[in-house]
Design a protein around this ligand. Structure first.
Ligand code: PGA
Length: 322
């Protein structure tokens, strides 16, 4: 064993440490790594011994990482990234683009991002994709931890330096059940919809953030009857007559309009943009660079079917919305 290994552990131990940190328990990490629980515990113990400082405290089945443990996790992540990068560079030098593309997107982007990944993976059959979907708050957490190559948001988060490029409009449209009384009374005003029972996405959602920000600017407060953690559940709740809502038009295309109608409201839709985001400081892997080029050269063309005809949702007069 080298002197360095004796002080900071082996690569395998760092990998185990990362798995335990990311998965929260020894049991889950053992299952993910196809190891037994005692092996994981023993390797963690050896790692702490090598480092000469406790890395975590046990609270029931959960582990709480100490400052030393968190520092070890951060370094372990960089070491693993470095090895992954080497693996991809070697694959590239051997002439085959291979490796993993890590992508985290907000829930509303899951309706169209797979349609980008399809042709990308056809172009690069050696590439695996780790595709994570969460609400805006969860995806921001992953961005802060530097877990992925790219992120898709409709509002670029403020904080660490980021590169962001817009690639698609995101119209947020008001919807009601097709037999809802408002469906026959159009054009409507924002005050009309503010009075109705409203189904709102959960806190942390980017859709909610955009709605609250825009309605706030317009001096309107919604009558929120229900908070719902999923676009699909909102669609069904609206269909079931529980209230009206505002959702991204992307959640409704490809069959999602069944039983629903768009409400033409003066001042809607709220039009934001979808951005491909990456931390400026994170080095691009070979595969990530290939995906970036694919998005620059072909992203808009591939998504042509997802460009919504915003006129469909516009009531006149429309003051114009940004
Ligand atoms: P959401 O995000 O799926 O968390 O609502 C969508 C967005 O950022 O617009």
């Amino acid at each position: 064993m080298s002197r360095l290994q004796a002080r900071v552990g082996t690569l395998r131990q760092l990998e185990i440490l990362l798995a335990v940190h990311d998965m929260g328990t020894v049991t889950a990490a053992a299952a993910a790594l196809h190891l037994t629980q005692p092996t994981v515990s023993m390797q963690l113990h050896k790692l702490a011994e090598a480092m000469g400082i406790p890395l975590y405290e046990q609270h029931g089945r959960k582990l709480r990482f100490t400052d030393a443990g968190l520092a070890a996790v951060a370094s372990a992540r960089r070491v693993m990234e470095e090895f992954e990068h080497l693996d991809m560079t070697l694959a590239d030098l051997r002439g085959l683009k291979a490796g993993t593309l890590r992508l985290s997107v907000v829930t509303t982007a899951k309706y169209f991002v797979p349609h980008l990944l399809g042709p990308f993976c056809t172009l690069y059959p050696g590439v695996d994709v780790a595709f994570h979907v969460g609400n805006r708050g969860q995806v921001i957490e992953r961005l802060e931890q530097g877990l992925d190559d790219f992120y898709v948001f409709s509002h670029v988060p403020v904080g660490p330096p980021l590169e962001a490029s817009a690639f698609l409009d995101n119209p947020l449209v008001a919807i009601a059940a097709e037999n809802h009384p408002l469906a026959r009374r159009q054009p409507l005003t924002l005050a009309d919809i503010a009075r109705e029972p409203f189904l709102m996405r959960e806190s942390g959602s980017g859709t909610r953030h955009a709605i609250e920000q825009y309605l706030g600017q317009q001096g309107q407060a919604l009558n929120v009857k229900m908070t719902v953690e999923s676009n699909e559940a909102i669609r069904h709740s609206v269909m079931a007559g529980l209230g009206i809502s505002i959702l991204s038009a992307h959640t409704l295309n490809l069959g999602g309009w069944v039983g629903l109608v768009p409400l033409k409201v003066v001042g809607l839709p709220i039009v934001t943009q979808w951005y491909l985001v990456r931390p400026s400081k994170k080095r691009l892997s070979v595969v990530a660079r290939a995906f970036q080029q694919f998005m620059e050269n072909e992203g808009r063309a591939v998504l042509a079917d997802f460009v919504e005809d915003a006129d469909r949702f516009v009531a006149t007069p429309n003051p114009g919305v940004q």
